[in-house]
Design a protein around this ligand. Structure first.
Ligand code: SIN
Length: 187
C-alpha cells in the first residue's frame, strides 16, 4: 500500500505594482522584482478611501487588462506562518470597495521562476473605473486630491521613487509626476 506523503502548502505570492511596493504593510519572506503580462499599470481608478474622498475623488493605480501590456513590479512571498494574516490584511486594504478584483495569475520573477500570485486588477464594471483619462486629466486630479492617507501627489511621487530605486522606472509615471509637480508649483 503506497504511503501518502504530506504535501507542503503552496507558497503565497502577492504582486505589487503601486503602493504595495513602498508600503506593503505585511511581513514577507522574500521580495523579488517581477513582471506580469497581459496588463498595464495606470491611474484608471478613482480613490475615495485613501487619496481622495467621495466628494473629491483622487486616482490610484490599477492593473487594466491589455493583451499587449506588461507591468513590472515586485512579488512578495509570504512566510508560511504569516500567509493567512498577510493575505487578510491585503484583502482588507485592496478590496475595500470591490473596485479591484482579486485574481491568481502567473508572475515572472526576475530570476526566471514562474509562480502564481495574488494580483489586484481593476473591475471595469465598477463605478470607480476611470479608464481612458488623458495624462493631463490625470494630472489635474492628482495635483489636487487628498484623502485620509495623504495627498495623491505623494502617492504618485512615492511610486515613481520606489520604481526608480528598483531600476524599474516607468516613463509614463515619471512624465505624469512632472506634470503634477508643475501644477502644484513644486520643483
Ligand atoms: C492602496 O493600497 O490601494 C492605496 C494605499 C495608499 O493610498 O497609500
Amino acid at each position: 500500500m503506497p504511503v501518502e506523503t504530506e504535501t507542503e502548502a503552496a507558497p503565497v505570492w502577492i504582486f505589487a505594482y503601486g503602493s504595495l511596493i513602498w508600503r506593503p504593510g505585511f511581513d514577507y519572506a522574500e521580495r523579488v522584482r517581477a513582471e506580469i503580462v497581459g496588463f498595464r499599470r495606470g491611474f484608471c481608478m478613482t480613490s475615495i478611501h485613501y487619496r481622495g474622498t467621495p466628494e473629491a475623488p483622487g486616482l490610484v493605480l490599477a492593473l487594466d487588462a491589455d493583451p499587449a501590456g506588461r507591468c513590472s513590479g515586485v512579488a512578495y512571498r509570504l512566510a508560511p506562518d504569516g500567509a493567512g494574516a498577510g493575505l487578510a490584511y491585503v484583502r482588507g486594504r485592496e478590496l475595500v470597495s470591490r473596485a479591484y478584483d482579486e485574481a491568481r495569475l502567473p508572475l515572472r520573477l526576475e530570476d526566471g521562476r514562474e509562480v502564481e500570485g495574488y494580483v489586484y486588477v481593476v473591475n471595469r464594471d465598477h463605478a470607480q473605473y476611470r479608464g481612458g483619462l488623458t495624462p493631463e486629466e490625470q494630472a489635474e486630479v492628482i495635483a489636487r486630491a487628498v484623502g485620509p492617507m495623504g495627498t495623491n501627489a505623494e502617492y504618485l511621487a512615492s511610486t515613481v521613487a520606489s520604481l526608480a530605486g528598483l531600476g524599474l522606472e516607468d516613463p509614463e509615471l515619471v512624465a505624469l509626476a512632472a506634470m503634477v509637480r508643475a501644477r502644484r508649483g513644486e520643483p
